[in-house]
Design a protein around this ligand. Structure first.
Ligand code: HEM
Length: 511
């Protein structure tokens, strides 16, 4: 080998070693600052993950709650070499969520990218700002007003489907609710019915479930993080299958809607699947606004359209399905609260099973408190995470930039200083006089600050409508106790074995 080659090679190796040493020094500075916080044992390479590896799916959330209690109110964990700081107190959480500097989602949201790309939930920087501005008008109350009709239509189908369960030994209501929520989000977000309640969308539902489970499994196992390893595993292959179903579905809906809009601008009547499409066409769906925006010169690529639509499909049905199912579970456990909610329905509808209007929904004050309290005890999104781009001081600790901050919503909602008797299901926690005494960040099922949930009004109206229909038609009885229901925290918080209910018919004027 020529001396010059040896010299150059030695130089390159030297530079690489220096870079690695610098990076390592920075890492160890970060580590020493993060390790001032208490937390579980930190093992080389794997961090604090090892105990999780041996746990069953339904034991993971319990374990997280245990360490949260032991190291409360602020602690650290390590996933490999990535430090996470967990927050539980409203004043600490406010520091992060209020700020317009800490808007970047945590590293592990990248596991959602394959599915959602960088839609509103996962994007950051300029793209997030522009898209948030573009999408916000979609949730204007006038547009939501149109959607109330869809909520009622789909709820009516739901109560009809539930009729066959009246008097049965008990059944899982969760799949019924999921299909109803899917029908609602498809038609409101995309203007296209999918008839999930008639079992035409079940491949899609299965793919959504499988993807959520796979992403969670992968997040907790650092050796599955590198894409080049993951794609050769069985789960990697299943991911490809799911993505084919998920993206195939959304692409199809976008193309159909585009064709429908083109036909309507040409003045043609477009109703390929019967009258449902022409009814849906009159309403402005989320997708129509995005398509119009691109017509007006704000060019959205087909890929960007798909990302936003996928995000809405995911965020807009899984969260509400969980919220509704938990509300039914709690109503079924508390007959006196259920009865009060029913009396409110009776006084609004006078025994009629007519569709709910926006005015009706605004009158459902008690039901709103029931929904809010259900989301307190079982927040559909039990935790959210950000990556710090700047150092920040929280609770006297100097938390370095690049740390992941985990906001533990589930734990926050059980703070006894904010909610005395925190495990009790008490909708009156949301009486205005009680709510006004709490810290503004004590209750955040929809997150808070600039990156809060864009769909929260939509979600509350949807939940009210669906619950109104169910309460008017049926009396509910939950068959499981709260302590017997295992919680799965897989992107959304779900009961491991669904929500088992018994139903009896009320004397409503059913058609
Ligand atoms: C009970 C129902 C719902 C709950 C509990 C919920 C909760 C949340 C939470 C906690 C976040 C913040 C996530 C994070 O920072 O990682 C969020 C964001 C978001 N939600 Fe919801 N959500 C619900 C329903 C909906 C619905 C119905 C839609 C759409 C129709 C929706 C669309 C979104 C979007 C697009 C974001 C990202 C916003 C952004 O970053 O700018 N959500 N949601």
């Amino acid at each position: 080998m020529e001396p010059i080659t040896v010299f150059l090679a030695a130089g390159l190796i030297g530079i690489a070693v220096l870079i690695l040493l610098r990076a390592d020094k920075k890492k160890s500075e970060v580590a020493s600052r993060v390790n001032k916080l208490r937390g579980p044992t930190n093992y080389p390479i794997l961090g604090t993950a090892p105990p999780l590896i041996f746990l069953k799916r339904n034991e993971i959330f319990k374990y997280v709650l245990t360490i949260s209690r032991v190291f409360s109110p602020i602690f650290r964990t390590w996933t490999g070499r990535i430090p996470q700081v967990h927050l539980q107190r409203p004043e600490d959480i406010e520091v992060i969520l209020r700020s317009s500097e800490h808007l970047d989602k945590a590293h592990f949201y990248r596991f959602l990218h394959q599915w959602l790309g960088t839609g509103l939930l996962t994007s950051t920087g300029q793209k997030w700002h522009t898209h948030r501005k573009m999408i916000t008008p979609t949730f204007h109350f006038k547009i939501l007003d149109n959607f109330v009709e869809v909520f009622s239509e789909k709820s009516e189908i739901l109560v009809r489907k539930l009729q066959k369960e009246v008097g049965s030994q008990g059944f899982d209501v969760y799949p019924y609710i999921t299909k109803c929520a899917l029908d609602i989000i498809c038609e409101t977000a995309m203007g296209t019915p999918i008839y999930a309640q008639d079992d035409r969308g079940s491949d899609y539902v299965k793919a959504v479930y499988d993807m959520s489970e796979i992403i969670m499994h992968r997040m907790l196992r650092p050796w599955l993080h590198p894409d080049f390893i993951f794609k050769f595993t069985t789960l990697g292959k299943r991911t490809d299958q799911c993505l084919r179903v998920l993206h195939g579905f959304t692409n199809r809906v976008i193309q159909e809607r585009k064709a429908s809009l083109q036909d309507s601008t040409r003045g043609q009547t477009f109703a390929p699947s019967g009258e449902d499409i022409s009814i849906a066409k009159k309403r402005k769906a989320f997708l129509d606004l995005l398509l119009e925006a691109s017509v007006d010169g704000v060019k959205l690529t087909d890929e960007e359209l798909r990302e936003e639509v996928d995000t809405f499909m995911f965020e807009g049905h899984d969260t509400t399905s969980a919220g509704l199912s938990w509300a039914l579970f709690l109503l079924g456990l508390h007959p006196h609260i259920q009865d009060r909610a029913y009396q409110e329905q009776k006084s609004i509808f006078q025994g009629s099973d007519r569709p709910a209007t926006m005015k009706d929904l605004n009158e459902m004050k008690y039901l709103e408190r029931v929904i809010k309290e259900s989301l307190r005890l079982y927040p559909s999104v039990p935790g959210i995470a950000r990556t710090l781009k700047k150092d920040v001081k929280i609770a006297g600790y100097d938390i370095p930039s690049e740390c992941t901050i985990l906001v533990q919503i589930y734990v926050l909602h059980r703070n006894p200083d904010q909610f005395p008797d925190p495990e009790k299901f008490d909708p009156d926690n949301f009486l205005p006089e009680r709510a006004s005494k709490r810290h503004p960040y004590a209750y955040i099922p929809f997150s808070a600050g600039p990156r809060n949930c864009i769909g929260q009004k939509f979600a509350l109206l949807e939940e009210k409508t669906v619950l109104s229909y169910i309460l008017r038609h049926y009396k509910l009885r939950s068959l499981d106790k709260r302590e017997d229901v295992a919680l799965l925290s897989e992107l959304v918080l779900r009961p491991e074995n669904g929500v088992r209910l018994g139903l009896s018919l009320r004397n409503v004027g059913m058609k």
